[in-house]
Design a protein around this ligand. Structure first.
Ligand code: ZN
Length: 275
């Protein structure tokens, strides 16, 4: 999915090439509205892609009234300043926790706030965990949710503790997202996810499964660093990716520590009680 497409009345996507995490190569720019447009995650830092997005918006022939960013990650905000300036300085909306993490001024958009997006009623929901200020946006008419990096149609969602990522919070946000009963999830990477509830159930189960796997690895192999656990947990993984895997494992170890199940000393993790 790299061509501009309309997925529902007033809900369009224009994927742009971004320096995102492989295997993803693009970020979806979601464009909401009939009479006027709201552009979510003008993502690309590259001039050719910024030009392509701008031309696509011009072809739609409607005014752009605002930009929104779902969260602060570089593969979501890289084209915001360029597009804002081309449009003569429209407002950029973001959650207050995103604001200090991006290099441009934003207008606060908070949990539960409803916007009129060119005839669409769109409500923002704060879903932290992947990023502290992460927002999703639900269209009332279709029930579809612009999901940012809560889920992905291609690749996986990273939880990076050094950047404010927090697994328990992410799991709670997945539950909250599920409670919105989305009719489809419109992710930032990859195709539309139509089986929204089963996708969310899978994401939750997958994280708990990974947590259990890490507990077992500590039980069977003894105390370890997160990096030392990588080959035990991700048995099929190319060793070059062990450092990336270790970051994910750390997120799960912190989750276990918060439940009093593991202890950490100088980067080495120990199971508190044998399974
Ligand atoms: Zn992200």
């Amino acid at each position: 999915m790299t061509e501009p497409t309309e997925v529902a009345p007033g809900i369009r996507v224009c994927p742009v090439r971004t320096p995102t995490l492989p295997p993803a190569t693009h970020t979806n720019v979601w464009i909401l509205g009939e009479t006027a447009l709201t552009v979510i995650d003008a993502a690309s830092p590259w001039p050719d892609e910024q030009q392509r997005l701008f031309e696509h918006l011009q072809q739609l022939g409607r005014p752009v009234e605002r930009l929104i960013v779902t969260h602060h990650h570089h593969d979501h905000v890289g084209g915001v300043v360029d597009l804002r300036d081309r449009l003569g300085g429209v407002e950029v909306l973001a959650h207050p926790l995103t604001a200090p993490r991006v290099g441009f001024p934003t207008v606060p958009l908070v949990d539960g706030e409803t916007l009129d997006c060119g005839g669409l009623r769109v409500t923002a929901h704060h879903t932290p965990g992947h990023a502290v200020g992460h927002l999703v946006l639900q269209d009332a008419a279709s029930g579809m949710v612009v999901a940012g990096d809560m889920v992905a149609g291609v690749g996986t969602i990273a939880i990076e503790p050094h950047d404010g990522g927090h697994l328990a919070t992410y799991l709670a946000s997945l539950d909250a997202l599920r409670a919105l009963r989305p009719t489809a999830l419109l992710p930032a990477h990859g195709p539309v996810l139509h089986e929204a509830d089963s996708v969310l159930a899978f994401y939750i189960a997958h994280r708990h499964g990974r947590t259990d796997q890490i507990r077992r690895a500590l039980d069977e192999g003894g105390a370890s660093t997160a990096l030392g656990l990588a080959p035990r947990v991700y048995t099929e993984l190319d060793p070059r990716f062990y450092p990336l895997a270790a970051v994910q494992i750390s997120a799960h170890l912190i989750f276990l520590a918060e439940q009093g199940l593991v202890d950490e000393r100088a980067g080495t993790w120990t199971l508190r009680d044998r399974l």
